[in-house]
Design a protein around this ligand. Structure first.
Ligand SMILES: [Zn+2]
Length: 394
């Protein structure tokens, strides 16, 4: 089949193929727009049929069989009799003053998300890396602009994750999620209260928030009190349950001097209800040999037991009983746990009323970490935010 026929097949349907030549590593196709009668003036929208010569423009199109394609389009010029000025006809599929067709941009954006890095996209489409970078980040920003003006959701999850160490100290990122609808809401730099208030304080609808779920962090507690005046705070179940884990691991290491015998370590940390009968026996045998672990293990299980309680009132009673029981202990870790539980008891009990946990926020942290790995870390928070918000359900 001659190249002219093939080219006509690949061209946009508004264009007519004229001739071909070689250009860099690919081909240059000269074509013109099929005439449709009158053209509309871009200034005053009056149709005009008065011809005013031709003009050529060069536009990049999609890669065909691995070869870049440059379209040299012969465009007709018309004179508008109302404005008394000439204008050049527009070609559908190419925006004014753009040097690339819309379908090429669309393909490149798709590749930016599919390929492992932007350099590969640049290589595939014969563009510079900076062009691909600009195109991609511009597009992501546009996509996020649709969300401008959205209001705070009813149930907000707050959590932090590591961002960067490039400035010589560790920087964190704070994530806000809409737990009720299982969506990512917003990301902000640092976990400092005043800095966060500056970044997300102007978002509308702070009074709407009725629940804020978070881990046991004083900083976020203070932030939520100020940012969401009508919200009740829920302490995340997972973080409460693992309060004794570091102590258990530390005491075990003091006994053995190493971190081995991992199978037993895991069984010690697991919820007892999920162990088999013979596994429970094994744990009990081990604990009888090491009484210093026994008390920690007992209170760890009591925490699990607390979370199995049904209902707000009963849970309140169970927590009171647990605190009383802890009072008798002299183990420093238990004393510390008791202080924490006492300080956070309203937030812990709030879970039994609303039943919300921060699991979804932790899942979003997981996606954020994948984005970081894929980009081998980020230096610019703005780009990192765009990338992560676009990767998460919004
Ligand atoms: Zn006009």
């Amino acid at each position: 089949m001659p190249e002219s026929k093939l080219s006509q097949f690949f061209l946009m349907k508004e264009l007519k193929f004229l001739s071909t030549g070689s250009w860099r590593q690919g081909r240059i196709w000269t074509c013109e727009k099929l005439r449709t009668g009158a053209e509309v003036c871009p200034r005053c929208a009056t149709p005009s049929t008065c011809r005013y010569g031709v003009a050529y423009t060069n536009v990049r199109d999609e890669v065909v069989r691995g070869q870049p394609i440059l379209l040299r389009i012969r465009k007709h010029r018309y004179l508008c009799k109302v404005c008394r000025k000439p204008f050049t006809e527009a070609v559908p599929g190419i925006l004014p003053r753009r040097r690339t067709t819309q379908r090429l941009r669309k393909q490149m954006l798709l590749d930016c998300e599919q390929f492992t890095n932007l350099s590969q996209v640049a290589h595939r489409h014969y563009f510079s890396k900076s062009f691909v970078h600009r195109l991609f980040y511009e597009q992501m920003e546009l996509r996020l602009r649709e969300r401008v003006g959205q209001r705070w959701p009813q149930v907000v999850g707050i959590d932090e994750h590591f961002f960067s160490r490039s400035k010589g100290f560790t920087e964190f990122t704070t994530v806000f999620t809409d737990i009720g609808r299982r969506k990512m809401f917003e990301m902000a730099e640092s976990k400092n209260k005043s800095s966060l208030l500056e970044q997300v304080g102007q978002i509308e609808g702070r009074q709407n928030v009725t629940l804020a779920v978070m881990d046991l962090s004083r900083g976020y507690h203070a932030l939520a009190k100020e940012l969401f005046p009508n919200a009740r705070i829920v302490a995340d179940k997972f973080h409460v349950l693992r309060l004794l884990t570091p102590a258990l691991i530390r005491v075990r290491r003091q006994i053995h001097g190493h971190r081995q015998e991992l199978h037993l370590r895991r069984k010690l940390l697991m919820n007892r209800g999920r162990l088999e009968y013979f596994q429970r026996c094994e744990v009990d045998r081990y604990l009888n040999q090491h009484p210093e672990l026994k008390e920690l293990y007992h209170f760890k299980e009591r925490l699990h037991q607390l979370y199995r309680t049904k209902g707000y009132v009963r849970a309140g009673q169970a927590l009171q009983n647990l605190l009383l029981e802890m009072e008798r202990s002299t183990q420093p870790d238990v004393v510390r746990l008791r202080a924490t539980l006492k300080a956070w008891s309203p937030e812990i009990l709030e879970y039994f009323r609303s039943r919300f946990t921060n699991a979804f926020t932790e899942a979003m942290n997981g996606i954020a970490k994948l984005v970081q790995r894929r980009g081998c870390g980020y230096r610019n928070f703005k780009n990192y935010r765009l990338r992560t918000l676009n990767a998460c359900p919004l």
